[in-house]
Design a protein around this ligand. Structure first.
Ligand code: 44T
Length: 846
């Protein structure tokens, strides 16, 4: 027991006295008995209280009762969770951890609750601790990898690996410090790198702030490891909350920051700098007044930015943001109303909407076509607080862009140049060899709009709610204006060049917009991946064919059993299909469209249910054949409950793969539950998943996975600290455009049989022959999803809404063409892990 020998003497005496106290012994033994009895009766709350009493009074029982105590804790907290008694739940865990502070199972489990409640930082702390206590504890490992992605976003690795960017920041900071900026604040310090640059350049005082707890702790570790812990004061707070002299003793002469995202303003740099100028920075240098002492003025690195944009055609963007097809799996989508992604800045600002998404244009499958030349959307001086403050009240600026290429308008792409100082700048442009993504402002127009050379595109640029807003509002063609922004049709058209031209009006209506106002308002938002899924006709057609096949088989089966089947309209003759897809899904409707089917959908959102109902109506599916499975019960037991006592499911559709490219958690548990609920001859869709992979050499993947190389970053020791957050599996990858060399053919890695539990395995060694020489750095993997033995689709296909995942090897493996590599593939719960080693003697595949 920890510290037992270090206990103060009176403690020991007390304990001895305790052991000798017959009344106490009596209490302990009767409580232990009660605990066991309550446990047996499944009265977990009372059992838990009894156990607490026993173990607090008689710690000698800890070893003996540990397993039962844990079990009671988990059962009781499950109950507390289900009734929303969250505070009580955490109190129980805290009491448990007081008794067993180094119990990795309790720590991990508490982490899981914390994670579900959204306390990711705290959850990560618990998983990390559990993993340190037992490095081979797979549950904690899996959980830690899951949170690592949230806590330390992958771009940190990219940025630290971007030597060009690091150098430029370092040089700009050195110059500023040498020119007299001696007090520095690093806003959003991340790993502490810019603050350390300032200190090393000779700054007298350096402060840094960081709002993420994990990053703050990491920065503290890094700064200490570099011997600067006394020199840099790091604060765990948002810069907006900082005050002089409470947090820093006086105003500083230099603010350094890289709190910019792909859309420049998304990390709140405007707000942070306005606040810094008012509260944290010395007044700026006025004009060219040379007499003003540098040390008494404040400035910011970066000094400013120029934002660029251009219009693009890009099918990949289009299919993620609006409907591109009118028929899906045999259903007409005509009456669906407008369906679109939540990425939009043309509508009224709304919590649920984001003005832009981000993409690396150079990595978009299918590429893109620039329809206009790049134009300057905005210039901003970070050293001018009036300008920063004025930005949000600036009138909307209209820019006319000559169209240079014919093509469908899909988006405005945005990037920027960050001017570190007068001499040096960084660019996030699509042509640059940098880690940066571009911001994508998709164009939502249900019917699309084709731009032609000689057209002029009118774009409105404004800066509302600290976001840059860009909106394609109209096109000038042959002297006429065609409106693209339907909202302006009925509202403040004053902003636009007004045309009294009836021909243009007609053009406008025809070009793009639904003229029916009611319908225009009646739009539903779906996530980008849901839009892409809806646009995937092959996926839906596969389901339709497989369901059709099954339904006719089952009908034939029933006909054999009972001759009245055909004529009967009794609903007991219906086949029952359950679609437990996550999010929006048409599959229940597709099942119902085959007739004689009662389909249950798991779509939860009211508005999306309305869409399905409308589609049922317009596709002549009786209303009563579509039901919504409102899963009030959180667990999968509830979710997969059958509809009535007599009826078993004919088909259960499971959602197997997450958009990010990983197998869904608990998939196999759900499959085994689903198997129990099938009628004879019923099926689970899909019946089988085959995992494929390939050996590749990809430096890009390495750069996104960990800080590379033995060289310190700008001379600082950072890599070992941030690399603790390296995860072995990389997600959201686009394998088709990943810069990599293929070192083998694609190979089958693993088979998951959802219909047959007994055939499943958890470990498999796969032998792969290298087709060319190189360094294997990763094994990207994807899935072939088999609905039945004939019908399948791949998550790698061109129109898939899925991305891919890749196992990044701990050590690159050098191979020659013809070498055999052994991949050890493991499936633990739903997590795939892959390791590779060279196979000395070639052996045939098993
Ligand atoms: N993403 C770049 C953003 N912070 C870069 O907590 C580029 C994205 C990117 N701390 C692909 C590639 C790239 N006060 O740790 C974060 C954040 C913190 C603040 C204190 C504040 N007011 C703030 C605001 C932010 O600053 C750190 C950096 S922010 C984002 C940097 C490679 N996708």
């Amino acid at each position: 027991m920890p510290n037992a020998s270090a206990r103060p003497r009176h403690g020991r005496r007390t304990r001895r006295r305790r052991r000798e106290d017959p009344a106490r012994n009596e209490l302990v033994s009767s409580s232990l008995e009660s605990a066991q009895q309550c446990l047996f009766n499944q009265d977990y709350g009372t059992a838990f209280v009894h156990y607490l009493l026993v173990l607090n009074l008689a710690p000698v029982f800890k070893d003996f009762a540990k397993e039962s105590f844990r079990f009671t804790l988990f059962k009781w907290t499950e109950e507390l969770d289900s009734v929303g008694r969250i505070q009580d739940l955490f109190d129980c865990y805290e009491q448990a951890l007081e008794l067993f502070p180094t119990d990795e199972v309790i720590l991990n489990s508490m982490g899981e609750h914390l994670f579900r409640m959204g306390f990711r930082d705290e959850a990560a702390g618990h998983f990390h601790k559990a993993l340190k206590l037992r490095p081979d504890y797979p549950e904690a490992r899996e959980n830690f990898y899951r949170v690592a992605n949230w806590l330390v976003e992958r771009w940190h690795f990219l940025m630290l690996n971007d030597h060009g960017r690091n150098r430029k920041y370092q040089q700009a900071i050195q110059k500023a410090v040498k020119s007299g900026c001696s007090t520095v604040l690093d806003i959003g310090t991340g790993t502490g790198i810019l603050g350390m640059c300032a200190k090393e350049a000779g700054a007298a005082e350096v402060y840094a702030c960081e709002l993420s707890k994990t990053m703050y702790e990491l920065a503290c570790e890094v700064v200490t490891a570099n011997g600067m812990d006394g020199d840099i004061k790091i604060l765990h707070m948002k810069s907006l909350e900082m005050k002089v002299p409470k947090d820093i003793p006086h105003r500083v002469s230099l603010v350094v920051t890289e709190t910019v995202d792909a859309g420049l303003f998304g990390e709140g740099i405007m707000e942070s700098l306005i606040h810094a100028w008012h509260h944290l920075l010395l007044p700026p240098q006025k004009g060219n007044n040379e007499s003003q002492e540098h040390s008494q003025t404040g400035r910011v690195i970066p000094a400013g930015a120029t934002v660029f944009s251009m219009a693009v055609e890009c099918l990949e963007i289009r299919r993620h943001h609006r409907m591109c097809v009118s028929e899906v799996g045999g259903l007409s989508m005509a009456d669906a109303g407008e369906l679109r992604s939540p990425v939009s800045c043309s509508s009224e600002p709304d919590e649920s909407m984001e003005p832009y998404t981000t993409e690396r244009l150079s990595r978009l499958p299918g590429g893109y076509k620039a329809l206009t030349a790049p134009f300057t959307a905005l210039n901003i001086d970070f050293n001018n607080v009036q300008e920063l403050e004025g930005l949000s009240s600036r009138p909307v600026q209209q820019i006319r862009l000559p169209v240079t290429e014919e093509g469908e308008l899909d988006a405005l792409a945005v990037w920027f140049q960050l001017h570190l100082d007068e001499e040096s700048s960084l660019s996030t442009g699509p042509q640059e060899d940098t880690c940066w993504e571009q911001a994508i402002y998709p164009f939502h127009c249900s019917k699309g709009f084709v731009l032609k050379p000689k057209d002029e595109l009118i774009v409105e640029v404004s800066c509302r709610d600290a976001y840059l807003r860009l909106c394609s509002v109209a096109v000038l063609r042959d002297g006429h204006e065609i409106r693209l922004d339907k909202r302006l049709d009925s509202q403040d058209s004053g902003n636009l060049v007004s045309t009294q031209n009836p021909e243009a009006e007609l053009c406008s209506a025809l070009a793009c917009l639904q003229t029916d106002q009611n319908q225009a308002k009646d739009f539903s938002m779906l996530e980008c991946a849901e839009m892409a899924l809806l646009n995937n006709q092959d996926y839906h057609q596969s389901f339709s064919t497989a369901l059709g096949k099954l339904i006719s088989q089952l009908k034939a089966q029933t006909r054999e059993q009972g001759p009245d089947f055909q004529s009967s309209t009794d609903s007991s003759d219906l086949l029952y299909v359950l679609d437990v897809s996550e999010g929006f899904s048409l599959l229940s409707l597709i099942a119902a469209s085959h007739g004689h089917v009662k389909a249950y959908s798991s779509v939860e959102k009211k508005k999306q249910q309305e869409v399905l109902k409308r589609l049922a109506h317009s596709n002549n599916i009786p209303e009563k054949h579509l039901e919504f499975w409102l899963n009030h019960v959180e667990d999968e037991q509830g979710m997969l409950k059958r509809p009535s006592r007599e009826k078993l499911w004919s088909a259960i559709i499971l959602d197997c793969v997450e958009t990010c490219g990983l197998i869904r958690q608990k998939l196999m548990d759900k499959a085994s539950l689903a198997r129990c609920l099938l009628e004879e001859g019923g099926r689970i869709f899909p019946e089988r998943i085959v995992v494929y992979g390939m050996l590749v050499e990809s430096d890009t993947l390495l750069l996104e996975s960990a800080v590379q190389g033995q060289e310190p970053t700008l001379g600082f020791n950072i890599a070992p600290f941030i690399n603790q957050f390296t995860v072995p599996v990389h997600v959201f990858l686009d394998f088709s455009t990943l810069e990599c060399r293929h070192l083998s053919e694609s190979v089958e890695l693993f088979v998951l049989d959802l219909m047959e539990a007994s055939t499943n395995y958890t470990n498999r060694d796969v032998k792969v022959q290298a087709t060319s020489a190189g360094r294997i750095t990763a094994v990207p993997f994807w899935y072939n999803i088999y609905l039945d033995s004939d019908i399948s689709f791949s998550t790698l296909s061109r129109n898939s809404h899925w991305k891919q995942a890749a196992a990044v090897l701990q050590q690159p493996l050098e191979v020659q063409a013809g070498d055999w590599v052994c991949l050890a593939v493991k499936l633990h719960k739903s997590t795939i892990s892959i390791s590779a080693h060279k196979q000395e003697a070639p052996r045939p595949m098993e």
